[in-house]
Design a binder for this molecule. Structure first.
Ligand SMILES: Cc1cc2nc3c(=O)[nH]c(=O)nc-3n(C[C@H](O)[C@H](O)[C@H](O)COP(=O)(O)O)c2cc1C
Length: 460
């Protein structure tokens, strides 16, 4: 059997993820493998039809496909995303149809799930036979039991392909948006004179639904807002994952990106991301911008802002995209406003939603309102904290300094003296059955006491 490996890492042969595939190949010499470094060579693949066709021909003659990728910002790198777009744009989806597929990633497992949901949906859209995924920590290869598990996963994939076993598909095709949005007149503009409002979009085209929604949003305010177009910026390419930014947050690229990010995005009070949905995400151009913001590594860099999304496309059918975008906002320690899309037939409803988002962005901003975060940020920051404190510290030194200076390490439970001494005492006492039973009967009541005291306190 033959397998095509489509590798999304911009590091090419230097990819960590690729090493896991080399490991599979070493243990399965009976199969043929052909690898394409799509993440590293996307520019030449896009420029040369011949190079693109070479990959497509390989898929054609294969029994299965391995999508292998690092996790970048809740998803895959922009370079691999662009390749997926090219499959659709160049009309070669048929080649992928009925091919067995699997996905392998390495990461520190921060939102690896949303990336794998995305890849699964991409495979279902291509009508591939998606068998499952393996999300590995970068260092799993050092542990024998994990290597064994990984080989078992591969064996299972090969056997599924060999036996032509049936697989389920879980993501129904997305509906096409057929409505044309016709904005009404704006009667109740709100005063934004003391706020910096930025709309970030790929390209502002006034005649499209997206363009009209952006204009309607802009018209909601008394003063001009800033519409920043990615296509007008000189951004030379996607993140190369060279990690040289780890020392002091300086990107190796010499282009417009960092200045734009610092001067426009960081200074904004209100940011609206406005884009068209392409496959199951925004465009690869948008993804490139998110990936390039990695020069700030694992620190929240767009903090205390109001953020919303104006999107054209079937967002309400892509729960995964909603999760990851709202998680992005939370992880930045900003406030999520709303998703407004062109899915509604009634243009008046879209007008009202846009106006409401504009109104709320100002009132919330005045109040410095940030909705309490959820599992997304709570869990995400703990992964970051542990890795920056530990194995990533010497690489991500800028992160380490920021975490140390901003009290991120102070939340390590072992640093809290009160908790430590209380645990020591109570754990000792619970060794005695009589005390243990008494303690466990009182525990809920005792935990509630100080919380209730504040809840009903007349002055708080
Ligand atoms: C731009 C960028 C974004 C990243 N985003 C994430 C992320 O969202 N979640 C995560 O767990 N790791 C993230 N990482 C870490 C990589 O996924 C990880 O280092 C991976 O193992 C690299 O694989 P590779 O060597 O095959 O490229 C990111 C790294 C870079 C450079």
């Amino acid at each position: 059997m033959k397998f095509t490996i489509i590798s999304g890492s911009p590091k090419g042969e230097g990819s960590i993820t690729l090493q896991y595939l080399l490991y599979i190949q070493k243990h399965n010499p009976q199969y043929e493998f052909e690898t394409f470094h799509v993440g590293q060579k996307i520019k030449s693949i896009e420029a040369s039809q011949e190079k693109f066709d070479e990959i497509i021909d390989s898929v054609k003659s294969s029994d299965g496909v391995f999508w292998i990728t690092p996790i970048f910002y809740f998803l895959i790198p922009s370079q691999l995303k662009r390749f997926i777009e090219l499959i659709h744009e160049r009309g070669v989806t048929d080649t992928f149809q009925d091919k067995y597929a699997t996905a392998v990633s390495t990461s520190i497992r921060f939102f690896d799930t949303t990336a794998h949901n995305y890849l699964h949906a991409v495979c279902d859209d291509l009508k591939m036979k998606y068998v499952g995924f393996n999300s590995l920590d970068m260092w799993d290869i050092f542990t024998e039991s994990k290597r064994d598990q990984f080989l078992y996963f591969a064996k299972n994939f090969f056997s599924t392909v060999e036996k032509k076993e049936p697989v389920s598909s879980q993501y129904p095709p997305l509906p096409e948006i057929k409505t044309t949005y016709s904005p009404g007149s704006v009667t109740n503009k709100v005063d934004n004179s003391n706020k910096k409002v930025v709309v970030l979009t790929d390209e502002y085209k006034p005649e499209t639904n997206l363009g009209k929604m952006i204009k309607r949003f802009s018209d909601s305010f008394t003063q001009d807002i800033h519409i920043a177009e990615i296509s007008k910026l000189n951004i030379k390419g996607g993140c190369l994952s060279c990690i040289k930014c780890g020392y002091e947050n300086i990107c190796i690229y010499k282009d417009d990106f960092t200045d734009f990010w610092k001067s426009t995005m960081k200074n904004a009070d209100i940011i609206i991301f406005a884009g068209e949905i392409k496959d199951r995400y925004l465009s690869s151009k948008f993804k490139m911008v998110f990936d390039r913001s990695f020069y700030m590594n694992h620190t929240p860099f767009l903090t205390d802002k109001q953020m919303g999304f104006i999107l054209s496309g079937p967002l309400n059918h892509i729960a995964n995209l909603k999760h990851l975008l709202s998680a992005y906002v939370e992880c930045q320690n900003s406030n999520f406003l709303d998703f407004v899309t062109d899915e509604y037939e009634d243009s008046g409803k879209i007008d009202n939603l846009i106006q409401s988002m504009a109104d709320h962005s100002l009132t919330y901003s005045d109040q410095n309102y940030i909705r309490p975060h959820t599992f997304y940020k709570e869990g995400g920051m703990k992964i970051f904290r542990d890795d920056v404190y530990g194995r990533l510290r010497f690489i991500c030194q800028a992160d380490h300094r920021w975490y140390r200076d901003n009290g991120i390490y102070d939340t390590f439970p072992q640093k809290n003296k009160f908790t430590k001494s209380r645990n020591r005492k109570l754990m000792f006492l619970t060794k005695f059955k009589v005390i243990r039973e008494k303690l466990y009967t009182r525990v809920n009541k005792e935990m509630l006491k100080p919380i209730h005291k504040i809840a009903v306190h007349p002055d708080k």
